[in-house]
Design a protein around this ligand. Structure first.
Ligand code: ZN
Length: 364
């Protein structure tokens, strides 16, 4: 995710902090008293512990995902909560249900443990209507309880939405299941928006927007997955791909760029793939270093590739995971084509998620 940096890793999973999270801590330090009832250093410590609880929640999603062989790329902390980013989506609906339910289950467990410990220390815990009267441990117990409950709400991108989608997908096609789950999620978001609006709760309005947009993104993603379902790299790639050599210049690349639809170029040295020049690199190098810069100074040498039989949905996931917008398609050491994000867009534009079934394997 843009604007986030790594603060450490747990069980081999990098934990990233989004820059806005730092802003949240600064905000809490100075005006925490009027937002969450406690400011200054105490407020910062409290918010940090709350987010440690969020990490615990995301980590349990990740552990179950890893159990099913799904690679967890990282856990990112945002001011509104955490996200565990996974390299692929679960194959079976039941896996999605179990991965999703693990988070709230962990939060409830942590709430119970904190409550238990607080009770041992005799802080006289009472959690009435979620307002807290029992010291830090009890406060954290309440936060974890709310975190678990809130995430069970059946709306994307909350865990409850995934549980719902997974459960529906046991009986319906993935696309239909997603459609229904998205509809319920957005209905819920609209309800929450008005509730927040009339009760003057800005935080709730923000969450409503977050939920609405999250549901929309999920539907778009699913539409794409359905449209591209079963399509292999060799039927969606640019096969007539233009290439460059390391000794050509960025000026040459710019010329190619203008003469064709292609914007990213594989770099071949004696038929061997040695690099990739992206459109961003062409534009940037052209303006900063001039047209006579060698391609070998503008290309990247470390980039993902795929083969002709790789499903396009996997390629899309690879792009999202690595941030590369063009992936060379190889047959052994030989370059066969290029798949760009734009090309995938063009391909999926042909079908809208409803009408693609005539294209074959996407029938669910
Ligand atoms: Zn969760």
């Amino acid at each position: 995710m843009k604007w986030s940096f790594k603060i450490g890793s747990i069980l081999g999973i990098p934990v990233n902090l989004h820059i806005t999270f730092i802003l949240l801590l600064i905000l809490i330090y100075f005006v925490g008293g009027s937002i969450i009832g406690v400011g200054g250093l105490a407020g910062v410590v409290f918010v940090t512990l709350v987010f440690a609880s969020v990490v615990f929640h995301e980590l349990s999603h990740s552990i179950v995902a890893k159990h099913f062989g799904i690679n967890v790329l990282n856990i990112t902390l945002l001011p509104i909560g955490g996200v565990a980013r996974m390299a692929e989506t679960p194959n079976k609906p039941i896996q999605e249900v179990l991965i999703a339910i693990a988070g709230p289950a962990a939060s409830f467990l942590l709430a119970f443990l904190l409550w238990f410990i607080a009770d041992i220390f005799g802080s006289g815990v009472t959690i009435a209507d979620f307002s807290v009267k029992g010291g830090l441990l009890a406060e954290l117990a309440a936060v974890n309880l709310v975190l678990g409950l809130f995430n069970l709400v059946p709306a994307f991108p909350m865990d409850g939405g995934r549980v719902l989608r997974g459960a529906l997908a046991l009986y319906l096609s993935p696309y239909k299941a997603t459609k229904i789950a998205v509809g319920i999620g957005q209905g819920f978001a609209i309800f929450m928006f008005f509730w927040g609006f009339f009760s003057g709760n800005i935080f709730m309005i923000l969450i409503a927007l977050f939920v609405y947009l999250g549901a929309e993104a999920e539907e778009r993603q699913m539409g794409l997955v359905v449209a591209l379902g079963g399509v292999k790299a060799n039927s969606a790639m640019i096969s007539d791909v233009e290439t460059l050599t390391p000794s050509q210049t960025v000026g040459d690349a710019a010329e190619h760029f203008c003469r064709s639809f292609q914007g990213d170029f594989p770099v071949l040295d004696d038929r061997r793939l040695v690099g990739l020049v992206t459109r961003e690199a062409i534009v940037e190098t052209l303006h900063k270093k001039g047209p006579f810069t060698l391609i070998s100074d503008a290309m990247v040498r470390d980039f993902p590739t795929a083969n002709e039989q790789t499903p396009v949905t996997d390629i899309l996931q690879k792009m999202q995971a690595t941030g590369s917008k063009a992936i060379p398609i190889m047959n052994g050491a030989e370059l066969k084509g290029l798949i760009t994000l734009e090309q995938i867009g063009r391909y999926s534009m042909l079908c809208s998620g409803y009408s693609c079934e005539f294209m074959g394997p996407s029938k669910a």
